[in-house]
Design a protein around this ligand. Structure first.
Ligand code: PMP
Ligand code: GLN
Length: 376
């Protein structure tokens, strides 16, 4: 693991604590999710759900995950064999890569990429090949994707809605990825933790495209959908044989996790459609507030279609290096952000880009905007 130091999220949150700055760096909500779900966890603790749960996850949560996939996407899953509960999406990503990759295999992913992808590909002894998403639309050149696939490619690691860009992959883009996967007989691991945070367009799970259900593992997490990021309840679903392989790895990572949180998350997944639409609308308003504020402060903003994050190009405010900009920002105006360059192999492509999280209370966003306006 040489070359992998502290994550940018830990570094930037520590900087925020040290300087007292408003933390728009690490993506976590600054309010709790629904009290109904929190109460369900407290009830579960009181009711004695405090010992090891089943390794695959408790039956009611697996059933709720299967119901969720059917209700929102028409995906049919056998809750007993095709769903696995994990310690957050983070463990699902790690266990999937460790389960599916041999030493020397290649994993194709898009950059900028969520930081754990590079680390887990390395842990699996595999190699990453990246296709660059470029602003303003964060599209990719289909030829770049075609060229990234070699005889050693084992799988494509996808993330939509995409962190850090906020891009939501279109059906056409996903069709292209799917066609290549079928043509080259590749697996797809898709990280869809922001599935309920799409503000423009629609979330298309790649597992719903022709020929994909049998080759796709889909990952999501209660952290994002219910604003309980510290509970670390995630899940992975797909063909039984692939899920079983991931389960084998999970046995030796965490084995089991989050006993009292599992029934609570099951109750969250059963909430009516109103919860999900209100959640999206609330976060859309935060996106608009922050993007308008950043624009008014003089930043060139790439307005995200989804996720918790908006990216700016700091050249628009006279800076030229995102990392230096982020390190100086707390001192200059009391705000913390994340330099996107850490998510790129091609450092020139990400050098001037900086990510701000908007999953914060309105007054916190307003305060950050007020401080950023003083930059100009
Ligand atoms: N994937 C992406 C794209 C993320 O942004 C995050 C951040 N939370 C994760 C995975 C990890 O999710 P979890 O907290 O459920 O482990
Ligand atoms: N996913 C969150 C982000 O991108 C943070 C997760 C973490 O702290 N590792 O900011």
């Amino acid at each position: 693991m040489q070359g992998f130091g502290e994550t940018i999220f830990a570094e930037m949150s520590a900087l925020a604590v040290r300087t007292g700055a408003v933390n728009l760096g690490q993506g976590f909500p600054d309010t709790d999710g629904p009290s109904l779900i929190a109460e369900a966890a407290v009830d579960a603790i009181r009711a004695g759900h405090n010992q090891y749960p089943p390794g695959v996850g408790i039956p009611s949560l697996r059933a709720a995950i299967a119901d969720h996939q059917r209700r929102f996407y028409g995906i049919e899953l056998d809750a007993d064999t095709e769903v696995l509960v994990t310690a957050g999406a983070t463990e699902a990503i790690a266990a999937a890569l460790l389960a599916l990759c041999d030493r020397g295999d290649e994993v194709v992913t898009f950059e900028p990429y969520y930081d754990s992808y590079a680390a887990c590909i390395a842990l699996a002894g595999a190699e990453r090949r990246v296709v660059t998403l470029r602003p303003p639309s964060y599209g990719f050149d289909p030829q770049d994707l075609d060229a990234a696939i070699t005889p050693r490619t084992r799988l494509i690691l996808l993330n939509t809605p995409h962190n850090p860009t906020g891009k939501v992959f279109s059906r056409d883009e996903l069709d292209h990825v799917a066609r290549l996967a079928v043509e080259h007989d590749l697996l797809v691991v898709t990280d869809e933790v922001y599935e309920h945070l799409v503000f423009d367009g629609e979330h298309v799970p790649i597992a719903t495209l022709p020929g994909m259900a049998e080759r796709t593992l889909t990952i999501s997490s209660a952290g994002k959908t219910f604003s309980f990021t510290g509970w670390k309840i995630g899940w992975i679903s797909g063909p039984a044989a692939l899920v079983a392989a991931v389960r084998t790895v999970k046995q030796f990572l965490t084995d089991v996790n989050g006993a009292p949180f599992q029934p609570a998350v099951a109750s969250g997944l059963a909430l009516g459609d109103g919860y999900f639409t209100d959640f999206t609308a609330d976060m859309r308003a935060k996106r608009d507030l922050l993007c308008d504020g950043l624009g008014a402060a003089g930043f060139e903003v790439f307005v995200p279609q989804g996720t918790y994050f908006a990216t700016v190009d700091v050249r628009s405010v006279g800076a030229d290096d995102g990392r230096t900009f982020c390190l100086e920002l707390p001192e200059r105006c009391g705000v913390v952000a994340v330099p996107n360059v850490v998510f790129y192999d091609d450092v020139d492509a990400g050098r001037t880009l900086v990510r701000f999280a908007f999953c914060k209370r309105t007054e916190v966003l307003e305060e950050a905007i007020h401080r950023l306006a003083a930059l100009g």
